[in-house]
Ligand binder design. Structure first.
Ligand code: FCB
Length: 451
């Protein structure tokens, strides 16, 4: 089978789209009353980001969104996942809304609808207001209540036109990178001391579900980063390490939502109340019924038992014999099928319809004579879409596939060095050049429409 073979059929109404986040694309970091977020602060820490780059301008999507929506429309996608910047809406993370901030998302939504593109806003993609971080960020229970208020302000303004809402993006990655290892904002390195951040994000999610519904939101989702976890061997020590990693990365953010309980975190020295963080009634709030689960899938993870004095109950080991992205992430399309079948097996009828809310790869792209020949990305997309079709044929209810990402953008601690886009962005001139993968996907989507 070649990369240009037609894709298998997908149900009518299946959402094909691209995904992005505010800090990574918008720029306009201090415009129209926007407040300071933890990413605005973190990027100014020496050496926090490769080359000391910042998202101050990013892709200038704040001003260029009409051009970017044209690119989406020409690609033939019918969905766009973006995030709203909390600090545009509430510059200090609480109180009245900033009208200019809400007006931007209002314009963006109208421009999308005008082109027949369904908006999928995410309310939190890691850019917490600095004013809330100054009050202990997600270590503070109060942040969950602030989030629900903010969610209500956005939905009050947009829910008349926006049907699908995503509360949080990847609470696991925010916990791990932001609060446990400190390589993302807010740059705290608390290791297992960061675990309360999981509960407060989940509580924020649950409170926001109800706030969003009261404001008229029709469908509410969360976007979790999920990974198949492979033990390095069948030795019991490696199996136990895999189980411990799976509990932290996957089940910590799925079980409370779909089963109303936390997984066993004893390997991390944590009891069922996460060190006194969980209060009576919290799990019922967190387990509020959902209309969809967003799955962000990039790669599987292979783990072994840790060496002595490692500090964590697992250690990462390489996955050999597979292609690797420019980021050095292993490329394993079948891992997507494995994640989806694993979800169905574990959660059964409690699993809501699934939307793939991120999936993509970074390539060391170059523009040569006006063209970007990114055959690795084409192979990645082709393989993952076929794996998705297999999971659906096996009975998993999947409603959409939104690739990461439309255009190269600010890749967190890597700055602009990792390119994940279907469209190449020259970050000095803001010129957008569609890559071969853009034309490949455009052709496949046209075939699906007419097939
Ligand atoms: C995900 C993030 C997204 C992007 C991709 C590459 O973990 O949600 O913002 O950085 O990775």
């Amino acid at each position: 089978m070649t990369d240009h073979a037609p894709l298998p059929p997908f149900p009518a109404g299946f959402h094909w789209g691209t995904s992005s986040s505010a800090y990574q694309v918008e720029g306009a970091a201090a415009e129209d009353g926007k407040g300071v977020s933890i990413w605005d602060t973190f990027v100014r820490r020496p050496d926090a980001v490769r080359g000391d780059q910042t998202g101050d301008v990013a892709c200038d999507h704040y001003h260029r969104y009409p051009e970017d929506i044209e690119l989406m429309a020409d690609l033939g996608v019918t969905a766009y996942r973006f995030s709203t910047a909390w600090t545009r809406v509430q510059p200090d993370g609480s109180g009245a809304a900033n009208p200019a901030g809400l007006a931007f998302y209002d314009r963006l939504v109208d421009a999308l609808l005008d082109k027949g593109i369904t908006p999928f806003p995410t309310l939190f993609h890691w850019d917490l207001p600095q004013a809330l971080e100054d009050r202990d960020g997600w270590l503070a229970r109060d942040t969950a209540y602030r989030f629900a208020e903010y969610a209500a302000l956005v939905a009050d303004r947009l829910a008349d036109r926006v049907e699908h809402w995503i509360t949080l993006n990847e609470p696991f990655i925010h916990l791990a990178y932001g609060y446990a290892f400190g390589v993302h904002a807010p740059g705290r390195a608390l290791m297992t001391g960061a675990i309360p951040v999981a509960h407060h994000q989940l509580l924020a999610h649950g409170l926001a579900v109800s706030a969003l519904r009261s404001a008229g939101a029709a469908r509410v989702l969360i976007a979790n980063n999920l990974t198949p976890v492979w033990a390095a061997s069948s030795a019991p020590r490696d199996q136990a390490a895999a189980d411990a990693y799976d509990a932290l990365h996957n089940r910590l953010f799925m079980d409370p939502i779909l089963l109303g309980r936390y997984p066993d975190l004893a390997a991390y020295g944590s009891g069922p109340d996460l060190g006194g963080t969980v209060r009576d009634g919290d799990l019922a709030v967190i387990a509020a019924p959902l209309d969809g689960l967003g799955v962000n899938y990039y790669n599987p993870t292979r783990v072994a038992a840790p060496g002595p004095e490692h500090g964590l109950p697992f250690q990462d080991v390489p996955i050999d014999g597979v292609p690797r992205s420019a980021f050095d992430w292993p490329v394993v399309p079948d891992g997507l099928r494995e994640v989806l079948l694993g979800l169905r097996e574990r959660y059964g009828s409690a699993l809501p319809p699934v939307y793939i809310t991120e999936n993509g790869t970074s390539v060391d792209d170059k523009v040569v004579a006006g063209r970007v020949a990114d055959s690795e990305r084409i192979a990645f997309l082709d393989g993952h879409i076929r794996a998705l079709a297999q999971a659906m044929a096996a009975g998993v209810d999947v409603r959409g596939y939104l690739t990461w990402t439309l255009m190269d953008n600010f890749e967190w601690a890597e700055g602009f060095t990792q390119r994940f886009g279907l469209v190449y962005v020259d970050h000095r001139t803001q010129t957008r050049t569609p890559k071969d993968s853009y034309y490949w996907l455009r052709d496949r989507l046209a075939e699906l429409r007419h097939g």
